[in-house]
Design a protein around this ligand. Sequence first.
Ligand code: SAM
Ligand code: SF4
Length: 475
Amino acid sequence: MKFKPETYRIPDERMKPFIDSEEIWGYINSTKPTKEKVRQVIAKAMDKQRLNLEDTATLVNTTDPELIEEILQGARTLKEKVYGNRIVLFAPLYIGNKCTNNCKYCGFRSSNKEAVRKTLSDDEIVKEVEALEENGQKRLILVYGEHQNYSPEYIAHTVKLVYGVKKNNGEIRRVNINAAPLDIEGFKTVKESGIGTYQVFQETYDPVAYESYHPSGKKRDYEWRLTSLDRAQEAGLDDVGIGALFGLYDWRFEVLSLIRHTNHLEACYNVGPHTISFPRIKSAASLDITDKHFVSDEDFVKLVAILRLAVPYTGLILTAREPANIRRQVIQFGVSQIDGGTKIELGSYSHTENDKQNLNREQFTINDNRSLSEIIDELIENDYIPSFCTACYRLGRTGEHFMEFSVPGFIKRYCTPNALMTLTEYLVDYGTLEQKEKGYKLIEKNLNQLNGHQDAEEVRRRIDKIIAGERDLYF
Ligand code: SAM
Ligand code: SF4
């Protein structure tokens, strides 16, 4: 046969699967968490160095309560050093639950005939976004099932639609996406619509377990999913989020695999994932799994702390799948983003309680049903600055640049002032009287702690401008 140069492609090493189960189990089975070794690893992380797989294996194998306490303390301190005391807030918006996959853990699975299938119309999307803006949201993640209707063009259309909705002073300034893996062209199309992060969770990194949870549909292809964010990078989308669904397989294996995935992205593209998510399985209609690998609260807290230590500069997202008491606890050990006022039934942000009776469009159960306002109250009471900041990605501080997080003083120069300014906007436009009183006190206190990294007087001037009616000021 004649060789046709135009059809010949050099295989791209980067698109090769990079998880080797044996290698990962090798680390887990051969690492002994002696006191000395665990303390060495914690010290390395406190020095803001990335942990390798062996270091991470040492931490996941630690069972001595005294050492676990040291891991938690280390994560708490490191979080304060790297991220300060701000917590970024967002909300999910489910666009459509049609799905051709049959994931055994998900209420949207194709075999769940009870689920009411729905894709929001453009008008409904606008209504939902208006309702979200009226609550003070500025950052959304749009969520889709996997279905031919949710093409890259359709996803891009919904993103642009969302950015166009302005209700009073409300606007959405960052739209992230959680949807099925795309090809390179598809990622390009979605990127051009102006998204922030594209999230794809691997669910489980173990290929054998993966196969058993995904009996049919396109999602069955483990490698297509595993290499999806490589295709995103190839498409120029350098802001990606990874995650594992904890409860499908041994949590220690998933933690090491998340680090392996991070290493891969760093090695190939000079930039790690922007965020890591670690949802735990929650009850869902027609769930078809055993509790063999379910993760206890104790292990959950530990695994979040380990992720914090292992990847100091990656955002960690904790969602309202977890109840308030767990969120309160886990936030301290490394979480940087949470959702607030979350509703995941399609169309439920703009529906009143009365007309919600007949909805059966939920993917899984939400366990923190508090409003955004209640979440903000609690954050302020606990001395966290609720932040709606979207400055970095709008100023092009993404990808490799995001590594500038390691620049000393970055947080105090940009993140804290932006958090304080977006909190001011929230208080002026949506805050209760009581919230305003507490919020302005917190703002004053944090202004006084900028320690010369940012001109506190300039931040104060901008805050005054916001109070006088200006919006969307940022550094
Ligand atoms: N359909 C797309 C996909 O599967 O990638 C994206 C949306 S899916 C609705 C978002 C994520 O929800 C999934 O990746 C999975 O990790 C998580 N999820 C599914 N079922 C869940 C359950 N029962 N409890 C908690 N999280 C779940
Ligand atoms: Fe569909 Fe995603 Fe649910 Fe799987 S997890 S059934 S792909 S919506």
